[in-house]
Design a protein around this ligand. Structure first.
Ligand code: ZN
Length: 313
């Protein structure tokens, strides 16, 4: 059996979940529209600690705290212009890099690979603060150019911030994925994975087939992985199996949600959300998963659970 150190990359978990677990509150309502990105303005140390915690618990890839960070939202919520926005996104990359260097200097776990930094790119819908990212219907009223224009400043800043790759995530529609790939191609040396939000066992949020979406994305040469995140773990196996012949040889990326937010507390007493993934993970790997982690409701304890599971198998 392969070990995690040769073929599987452990991705981190929910940044807000880990921040909360470490005692840094995150308001996931429209009262603070910046969510975790608010820490880019007020407490870099909190972000560094959350990244470090994921690394210490086994993550091979950490995602920058930029999911919710769009120029439009920062302008609206904090009066921040384009130049300052770019600096903040690059700061998010620097904070992640500090955590990686700090971890790497101290770490003594045999066989660990130096962790990668993935620049998180959330969907346009996240800035609407009405759960639009889960159906993506806004694309029906936007042009390709508008989508590209909205996505470009953050991607440009993440490239300038020298991330190892982009984690384009929770994308609900093929149209938005195509806009993102088009922007990605403006930066030919940058690699990316792209994961879709899926509403059931075979369709992405906007209704297109997951297999078709995987086929379109995986055809792009800069794409190093394609898959799904922010979904129910029980739907993953069927989704991957349904798209097995459309992935153009590219590996799958999977990071599902915890079954419920109550797991944040339960994890303190030894049980983790990732216990629920135990019986599912072998099938995901069988289906071609290379990058595996957690999304909403998963903390560093869940990542440790997944890492241990994969090391021991
Ligand atoms: Zn999520």
């Amino acid at each position: 059996m392969a070990s995690k150190n040769t073929d599987i990359f452990i991705v981190d978990g929910g940044l807000s979940t880990e921040l909360i677990r470490l005692g840094f509150p995150v308001d996931l309502t429209d009262k603070d529209p910046l969510w975790t990105s608010t820490y880019l303005l007020k407490n870099h140390n909190a972000l560094r600690k959350a990244h470090l915690s994921f690394l210490e618990h086994g993550a091979d890839v950490i995602l920058t705290g930029t999911y919710q960070a769009s120029l439009e939202l920062f302008e609206k919520a904090a009066g921040i212009g384009a130049e300052e926005f770019s600096k903040l996104i690059q700061m998010a990359c620097d904070i992640a890099r500090q955590a990686v260097e700090e971890f790497w200097e101290k770490q003594s776990q045999p066989g660990r690979r130096k962790p990668l930094i993935a620049g998180s790119v959330g969907p346009y819908g996240a800035c609407l603060l009405d759960f639009s990212e889960y159906h993506g219907n806004y694309v029906d009223n936007m042009t390709m150019e508008e989508l590209k224009q909205w996505h470009r400043p953050r991607i440009q800043a993440l490239v300038d911030g020298k991330v190892d790759l982009l984690a384009i995530e929770t994308i609900p529609s093929i149209v938005e994925a195509e806009a993102l790939l088009s922007v990605l191609q403006e930066f030919p040396s940058m690699k990316a994975w792209l994961t879709f939000y899926c509403k059931d066992k075979s369709h992405i949020g906007h209704g297109e087939s997951f297999a078709e979406a995987v086929g379109k994305v995986s055809a792009c040469s800069q794409i190093v992985g394609v898959g799904t995140n922010c979904i129910a773990a029980e739907n993953v196996t069927a989704l991957l199996q349904g798209a097995s012949t459309s992935r153009n040889g590219k590996p799958f990326v999977v990071y599902p949600n915890a079954p419920g937010e109550q797991w944040i507390d339960d994890s303190v007493c030894g049980k983790t959300a990732a216990d629920e993934f135990d019986d599912l993970i072998p099938a995901w790997i069988e289906a071609g998963v290379k990058y595996i982690g957690g999304c909403c409701g998963t903390s560093a304890l869940d990542i440790k659970h997944i890492a241990t599971l994969l090391t021991d198998r």
